[in-house]
Design a protein around this ligand. Structure first.
Ligand code: ATP
Length: 581
């Protein structure tokens, strides 16, 4: 909890000037509250005595009440603005961090969980400073009440202090309980959000399977848990409220008893007794801090969840630029996930297909090649430079990735292709169009209402069209190394053949690592990496490998090449294979 408490404190600094306004209005309001019993007492005394000062005291009373109301209004305004500012700071900082960690973040935390933490939980932490400031100002009337009672009668003050100690203990225990329950509650919320995001991503599958009811139940699995924690929170609030609340009337009775005796003895005026009774209520008003403590508990629990995100290490980049070179890729003793002890050299400018059964680690190898994943052991280098030593810019310029299901990011189609190339310039436009042509995307993009300037949300695309935009993005970026992870699986055979030609033609100078399920793609590559059992079973030309029945079996069981292809015989070992013929 210490890191979480530190985060809440840091959030205080980032609430901006609004927190000062809140502190001022809270303190001023508290002082006015403190002054009110005194002013009321004097007003009562002057009215009872019917002296000439009565109108002045009445006017002062009205002014104090008005000031209290004004402080409350400005306080609400300031707490809203300060909370929003602190939340904004937290969200921006965490978003930068989450994106800086990269794909490792979503491997550890599901998307729904991340959205909950950056959304609801960040807001709860952002409201923490407000609870601290307003809660802390409750000490002012309490301290004032004690001081005032000391002046009126020290025994009354001692009685109040005893009651305050009890209230303090109740509040401390309540903070601990609330923090723990709020953590469980927030975790149940995250669970529901995670399942909901999954369900939305699979909306088509659910609709097709007609399993909406079952899915609703699955999404709401954590609902009973959520309810249980909400009830626990309610009970903890009620228990603490009753305990803290019971102290106030008891104290009032005690003070009025002692004060009554002193009044009878003539040591106290009626106004002073009235003021003493008010000061006890004010002094014991620390019990009103329950609401603030509850919010602070939620903020601490939420801060704990944000700290977990912040503790995920970001990808650290070096400072080296990439020296001139052909794009030679080298893996030495690389171990990561299912892959163990991978040693490979992919010559610069060559095209290499990666094949293997499902789960063999093809995508993992592709991810290692451009540092989407760092190996647990061993080293990956490009043109002799270990990837971690390269600057983020150098790596981004050198390696272009295309995936099976690309996510298109940006405002327009041109943005989606040129993402990360910098501000739009004429040169960039030429690069974007050339890349789109090579990816066979230019034709359909130009047919869109605004061509390359068409907003993405107005350009609904088929799976194959999205893949072509994804390919174009890779082609526009990866100047040395192109990594295609099953990135042509939705293309029709003719389009795939045209893309293959572009890969061998104008993109032929770049190193190409292509995760392949189709025989044709493997056959078109200079060499094939055959992954099996977490190791490189063979690294050779497709023609040579094809003699091995085990290699042929990879394609037989993969299911990608079964339909519409000739039987698996030597004819497939031609350079472009069946798919490209
Ligand atoms: N970054 C990672 N760290 C550790 N393990 C990983 C990582 N990425 C994937 N894996 C695991 O490695 C295994 C191989 O996954 P991968 O996606 O590379 O298989 P694949 O050969 O591409 O399969 P498919 O042909 O079905 O797409 C899986 O069990 C996966 O969970």
């Amino acid at each position: 909890m210490r890191a979480a408490d530190r985060l809440v404190k840091r959030t205080i600094r980032h609430s901006g000037p609004w927190l000062y306004v809140l502190a001022f209005t809270s303190v001023a309001g508290a002082l006015m509250e403190l002054a009110l019993p005194f002013v009321l007492g004097r007003t009562v005394d002057s009215l009872v005595a019917a002296d000439s000062a009565s109108p002045v005291w009445l006017g002062t009373c009205a002014a104090v009440v008005l000031l209290i109301a004004a402080c409350e209004v400005f306080g609400v305004w300031a707490s809203g603005s300060g909370g929003a500012r602190a939340t904004q700071w937290l969200r921006l900082r965490l978003l930068r961090h989450v994106l800086g960690v990269g794909p490792a973040m979503t491997r550890r935390f599901p998307e729904g969980e991340l959205v909950t933490r950056l959304g609801v939980n960040a807001e709860e932490v952002g409201r923490g400073p407000e609870s601290i400031v307003t809660g802390a100002t409750l000490v002012i009337p309490t301290a004032g009440g004690v001081v005032a009672l000391v002046l009126i009668d020290p025994w009354l003050a001692l009685t109040l202090l005893a009651g305050l100690t009890l209230i303090g203990l109740v509040l401390r225990a309540f903070l601990r309980t609330t923090t723990s329950i709020a953590g469980d509650y927030q975790s149940a919320q995250g669970d529901i959000a995670t399942r909901l995001v999954d369900a939305l991503a699979g909306a088509r599958t659910i609709a097709a399977a007609g399993t909406e009811d079952r899915e609703r139940a699955r999404v709401l699995t954590a609902l009973p848990r959520l309810r249980l924690h909400a009830m626990e929170m309610w009970r903890a609030n009620a228990r603490a409220g009753v305990r803290a609340g019971a102290v106030v009337p008891l104290l009032e009775v005690a003070v009025l008893g002692v004060g009554g005796l002193r009044l009878a003895a003539g040591d106290l005026s009626a106004g002073e007794l009235y003021a003493a009774a008010r000061y006890v209520v004010l002094g014991a008003g620390l019990g009103a801090a329950l609401g603030h403590v509850s919010r602070l508990g939620r903020a601490r629990a939420a801060a704990g969840r944000l700290v977990e995100l912040a503790e995920e290490p970001q990808t650290a980049y070096g400072a080296l630029p990439l020296p001139a070179g052909p794009g030679a890729l080298e893996l030495r003793g690389v171990t990561a996930g299912v892959l163990t002890g991978i040693d490979l050299v992919v010559p610069g400018g060559s095209s290499v297909a990666v094949v293997g059964r499902s789960g063999a680690g093809k995508s993992l190898l592709a991810a290692l090649a451009g540092r989407l994943v760092d190996p647990d052991a061993g080293q990956v280098s490009l043109d002799g430079v270990p990837l971690p030593e390269l600057s983020s810019e150098a790596l981004g310029e050198a390696v272009g990735y295309a995936f099976e299901r690309p996510v298109l990011i940006g405002e327009t189609v041109a943005d989606a292709v040129g993402l990360g190339l910098g501000d739009p310039t004429e040169a960039m436009e030429i690069t974007v169009r050339a890349a789109a042509r090579a990816a066979c995307a230019d034709d359909f993009v130009r047919r869109l209402p605004l061509g390359y300037g068409t907003p993405l949300e107005e350009a609904p695309m088929s799976g194959g069209e999205r893949q072509r935009i994804g390919l174009a993005r890779a082609f526009a970026h990866g100047r040395r190394l192109l990594v295609l992870d099953d990135a042509t699986s939705s293309l029709d055979t003719v389009t795939e053949h045209r893309v293959s030609r572009a890969l061998a033609g104008e993109l032929g100078g770049r190193t190409r690592l292509i995760v392949a399920h189709r025989v044709a793609t493997a056959a078109a590559a200079d060499r094939v990496i055959w992954l099996d059992g977490g190791r490189v079973r063979a690294y050779d030309t497709h023609t040579t490998l094809w003699r091995d029945p085990g290699y042929r079996a990879v394609f037989q069981v993969s299911g990608h090449d079964r339909a519409g292809l000739p039987p698996l015989d030597e004819s497939l070992s031609s350079p472009l294979g069946a798919g490209a013929s």
